[in-house]
Design a protein around this ligand. Structure first.
Ligand SMILES: Cc1ncc(C[n+]2csc(CCOP(=O)(O)OP(=O)(O)O)c2C)c(N)n1
Ligand SMILES: [Mg+2]
Length: 587
């Protein structure tokens, strides 16, 4: 123990922070507080780290989630003790469900001040329960060689734990005793790590592949199928598209590409991509004609309910799920679970199958239906003289520049993107908080992704969000103002929860508006002024495309509102599906 215990705490914290940086962390979201001072100062002094300060911890954690997603890197979070830490909770739940690496650092009182009425002290032991992969009650800081070895190893291990498949959040609770800062004038020295900036512990791993025998078995099943389909659900690996396209070609399978699959858009071989399945599988006769004899699924559970229901009806076709870690099969119909990294597994399978592609009347049948459904949807949208959420979603998707990121909120935006937006060869990343499907933290996550796009040298970020989800996270907009982020936000304002009008409760009008519709009557224009942004109201397709195009090229915080009406929106969706059905009837 030195004569400056505040300096010892700093040295200990700085060793942790330095090791975090050496293990690949580049960004930290910090929320203000006193107990966390040793870590906050160490982070601010670590030149490899960029730090983002957020007053609202809920926003901070979602912002970190968006950054981690965008950069495909672990991101750290720091807050003080008490309810501050509890406000991290929803983003941690999402990170756990969606497999995103976060290092959650919370400061705490030392053991002797717990449960004795000390201020701002709650039980932070395993605060996030099963929603973190790893919890550590960190030792009290000491600047001795042994304890510095301990804290360096801890940092390396925490990063490794959070980035190991399945990725996820880890929680480290740091007790600090007062004094929390070094004496005035003290030199903020740090301890010695390994030479040449090497991490204290280098962690090595390689993607999980299939052993020879399993690969041969799965390849044989795929090759023998005459009516195979591949369903690609939400996933973030942009490297999956090519091996997936190769495999689909080798077995003559259509790829039903979820909007969050990173396969619907992109420059890979697109010949087998089907993206109108949500509309065409609602047509019973077409769905029957498209009954598969093998289903291969990869990625998370698909967004489309029509697709999920179709898959459940095909229970006689064997279902092979390729998933390295999660168990993405709520249908409980999987016959085989292939435990390997999907891109690696598909490359292996393709190298075994690599024969002349089969003459595929089967694939043509899918592509014909897809073309007819798409044309009917487009014709329907063009014929409207009013704002329609489905058309708005495809309008926005159509003006997203190559290289941009499109973030869509849960509830109807992600479903409308799925149902109405056609894929093409633009390299567009599509993101959404679909781990736990929350409508909270959407703005902050999107802004985190915008920050990630900026630091990764990528294109702009466009967010499409419902009015309730927008309202839920308005606090998050401060990050756009303070950090001068470029983000175009399209608010689909139907004055409440539009999704509920599609659900059975809509047929119980007595309490519907109060309990489910939840209109708020808010005027969003002043929100743009409050946060230093620009506001536009778009009244139809043409003006939405124009406003969005202008907003994206202007940069800064751009809000565009599209006003719709919930009941009318349901009617228009039904008309769109009917238009598709009539077109398919002629097939
Ligand atoms: C945090 C959270 N609270 C509640 C819900 C339940 N919920 C699902 S959709 C929805 C309404 C969303 O409304 P809005 O964002 O306006 O989108 P719309 O349905 O109108 O497209 C609600 C409350 C949820 N998913 N997440
Ligand atoms: Mg709404």
């Amino acid at each position: 123990m030195s004569s400056d215990p505040g300096l010892d705490a700093y040295v200990f914290a700085a060793a942790f922070v330095e090791e975090m940086a050496r293990a690949g962390v580049r960004h930290v979201c910090i929320s203000p507080g006193s107990r966390s001072a040793p870590l906050a100062l160490a982070i601010a002094n670590e030149t490899r780290l960029e730090f983002w300060v957020h007053v609202d911890e809920r926003c901070a954690a979602f912002f970190a989630l968006g950054l981690a997603r965008s950069l495909d890197q672990p991101v750290a979070l720091l807050c003080t003790s008490g309810t501050a830490a509890a406000n991290f909770y929803p983003a941690i739940v999402e990170a756990r469900s969606a497999g995103v690496s976060l290092l959650v650092l919370t400061a705490d009182r030392p053991p002797e001040l717990r449960d004795v009425g000390a201020a701002q002290t709650i039980d932070q032991n395993r605060l996030y329960g099963a929603h973190v992969k790893w919890f550590v009650e960190v030792a009290l800081p000491e600047a001795t060689p042994g304890m510095l070895r301990y804290v360096r190893t801890l940092a390396a291990r925490a990063v490794a734990q959070s980035t190991e498949t399945p990725r996820g959040p880890v929680h480290l609770n740091f007790p600090f005793r007062e004094p929390l800062v070094p004496q005035p004038g003290a030199t903020l020295r740090s301890s010695e790590g390994r030479a040449d900036g090497r991490p204290w512990v280098r962690v090595t791993r390689s993607p999980r592949s299939l052993d020879q025998e399993s690969a041969l078995n799965v390849a044989t099943r795929m090759k023998n199928a005459t009516r195979p389909i591949i369903v690609c659900g939400p996933q973030s690996d942009t490297g999956l598209a090519k091996p997936l396209a190769d495999l689909s070609r080798a077995i003559g399978a259509p790829i039903l590409a979820d909007p969050l699959s990173q396969v619907r858009w992109g420059i890979h071989d697109r010949k087998a991509i089907v993206d109108s399945y949500d509309a065409l599988l609602r047509h019973e006769r077409t769905a029957q004609k498209l009954a598969p004899d093998l289903i291969v699924r990869v990625g998370g559970t698909p967004t489309s309910k029509a697709l999920l229901q179709y898959l459940e009806r095909q229970s006689s076709a064997p279902l092979i799920v390729v998933a390295e870690a999660q168990w993405p099969d709520p249908s409980l119909l999987a016959e085989e679970m292939v435990r390997a990294d999907p891109a690696t597994a598909f490359t292996q399978l393709f190298s075994i199958i690599d024969t002349e592609p089969p003459e595929s009347e089967w694939l043509d049948r899918w592509l014909d239906a897809d073309r007819i459904a798409r044309a009917a949807l487009e014709q329907f949208s063009c014929s409207l003289g009013e704002a329609f959420e489905g058309a708005a979603m495809s309008d926005v998707a159509s003006v997203v520049p190559d290289g941009a990121t499109l973030f869509v909120s849960s509830s109807m935006p992600v479903r409308d993107l799925d149902a109405f937006a056609a894929g093409d060869k633009r390299a567009i990343r599509v993101m959404s908080n679909r781990g736990a499907n929350g409508i909270d933290g959407v703005i902050s996550t999107a802004l985190g992704a915008a920050a990630g796009s900026r630091s990764g040298g990528r294109g702009p970020l466009i967010l499409v969000i419902g009015d309730l989800a927008f309202y839920h996270d308005m606090n998050g907009l401060l990050a756009a103002k303070l950090n001068r982020l470029d983000v175009t936000i399209i608010i689909l304002n139907n004055d409440g929860g539009g999704i509920f009008s599609f659900l059975p409760q809509a047929r119980h009008p007595d309490h519907f508006e109060k309990l489910f519709g939840t209109p708020h009557g808010l005027d969003f224009e002043p929100v743009a002024t409050l946060y230093g942004g620009t506001y536009q109201l778009a009244s139809d397709s043409a003006s939405l495309r124009r406003c969005a195009g202008d907003a994206i090229s202007r940069g800064g915080l751009q809000l565009i509102e599209v006003r719709t009406e919930r009941e009318r929106n349901v009617a228009l969706h039904r008309e769109a599906w009917e238009a598709v059905a009539s077109a398919l009837d002629t097939m």
